[in-house]
Design a protein around this ligand. Structure first.
Ligand SMILES: Cc1ncc(COP(=O)(O)O)c(C=O)c1O
Length: 441
């Protein structure tokens, strides 16, 4: 859609939309104009039940008063403070509160503005950490097939979603990948799958191939969300932790989706009882309201940098908006909102109801797998021959028209509602989805 004139006020052509089929969208737009708690308001006034917490981020639901108030007040008292060599109380306060809910041993917070930046920051910290300790040969980064770690060059390099990589050249050198953990024999498993822990042993193969002394870090999503909700097989993350420790390799959990209660614990690390050396987060950190991400690191990583003369900058990295006052205020108010509603553990209470409702779709047409954990779920549909993704996209459009917001990746429908959802709303979401799946058969 080339611009051959100045756009009119309501013209859709100037905005080049991200991860969107622009021409198709602009021919038939789906617009949101409001949101409150569990619902969006569409431009035509319809209420749409949010089955995806926006983009896996509005974990406390929409327009929560404490968060709105914190943002409003901070915007009129300290709109911006430089992030380098000067501070403001909110950023320190939020960091302390994040460490309070983080697993044992995670003690420091480095702020970014997004999940992608958090990932690239964590990878850079990993490289600089080894160098600071005199192991500068550790430059290799290991990701996983089908992993999603955002869209920066670091993230797409360690990521394993083909379309996010193939158009952008060779990306970072010295990256390798573990195999993904999506096995056919685990289809329709409720919760964590039985088969596949052995796939973590592939790290031994990569160590044998490259030498442990060349490998800086392994990064994985403890539960892979954007690729279509792939759960870690029982024992898999434990094995990865064991092997990374054995070989002096840092383990990074990308918790951009799993952070802040999605699986029924503040972080997936606690849910699985596996503590990484670093964790990335974003999204639910501010309830999606203001862009903010963070890298949470172990004390040991941070302390390795705190050497040499005091006046020297320890890490040459940061963003203009790292720990921005309004984002920090939103983060603090978000954590308070989670605490007020016990939201960081609520998914564990709703999990059985969610699981039962979701697996009730197993006999629906074209359903080839259903996966779930905490308040996350996936329904995988058989692809239409020669038109991968089309069946799910049709379901997405029909679902929006039917009053529910779902998310799709390929032919997988992913669900991750706000953690305030009621059991009745779960039933409404899943039964509407059932009708939509039938209508797209
Ligand atoms: C696991 C994971 N990492 C990183 C990102 C990137 O986050 P952002 O879109 O905020 O850059 C995402 C986004 O969905 C994600 O799911």
């Amino acid at each position: 859609m080339a611009l051959d004139r100045k756009p009119a006020p309501n013209d859709l052509s100037a905005f080049w939309m991200p991860f969107t089929a622009n021409r198709q969208f602009k021919a038939q737009p789906r617009m949101l104009v409001g949101a409150k708690d569990m619902h969006y308001t569409a431009a035509d006034g319809r209420q749409v039940l949010d089955g995806t917490a926006g983009l896996w981020c509005c974990n406390a639901g929409h327009c929560r008063p404490k968060i709105t108030q914190a943002i409003t007040e901070t915007a009129s008292t300290l709109d911006y403070a430089p992030a380098f060599q000067i501070g403001h109380p909110g950023a320190f306060e939020l960091a302390n509160r994040l460490v309070d809910i983080a697993p044992e041993g995670i003690e420091h917070v480095f702020y970014t503005n997004s999940g992608s930046e958090a990932v690239d920051t964590a990878l850079k910290i990993a490289l600089a950490y080894h160098r600071a300790r005199g192991e500068a040969s550790r430059t290799r980064l290991i990701g996983r097939e089908r992993g999603y770690h955002g869209v920066g060059f670091g993230g797409i390099s360690v990521g394993g979603i083909v379309n996010n990589r193939r158009f952008f050249g060779t990306a970072l050198n010295g990256v390798d990948h573990l195999p993904h953990t999506h096995l056919k024999e685990n289809a329709f498993t409720k919760g964590q799958p039985e088969h596949g822990a052995y796939l973590a042993e592939e790290l031994e193969r990569l160590v044998a191939l490259h030498g442990a002394e060349t490998i800086a870090a392994v990064i994985v999503e403890p539960m892979a969300g954007s690729t279509g909700v792939l759960l870690p097989p029982k024992g898999y993350l434990e094995k990865l932790r064991e092997l990374t420790t054995k070989h002096g390799i840092l383990l990074i959990f990308d918790e951009v989706i799993t952070g802040f209660g999605r699986l029924g614990s503040p972080f997936a690390a606690q849910h699985f009882g596996v503590i990484p050396d670093m964790m990335t987060c974003a999204k639910g950190l501010t309830n999606g309201v203001i862009p903010m991400g963070a890298v949470l690191t172990s004390g040991a990583i941070h302390d390795a940098f705190m050497q040499g003369p005091d006046h020297v900058i320890e890490l040459f990295h940061g963003y203009t908006y790292s720990g921005n006052p309004i984002a920090s205020a939103a983060g603090i108010a978000t954590l308070e909102t989670y605490a007020d509603g016990n939201l960081l553990t609520r998914a564990a209470k709703l999990e059985k109801h969610w699981e039962k409702a979701l697996h009730g779709l197993a006999d629906h047409p074209n359903v080839i797998d259903i996966r779930n954990m905490g308040l996350i779920g996936a329904v995988e549909l058989a692809s239409i021959p020669d038109a991968p993704g089309k069946r799910a996209f049709d379901a997405f459009v029909k679902a929006f028209e039917a009053g529910i917001m779902i998310r799709i990746t390929g032919d997988t429908i992913a669900l991750s509602p706000p953690l305030i959802i009621s059991e009745e709303q779960i039933d409404e979401l899943i039964s509407t989805l059932g009708s939509v799946i039938k209508a797209t058969a």
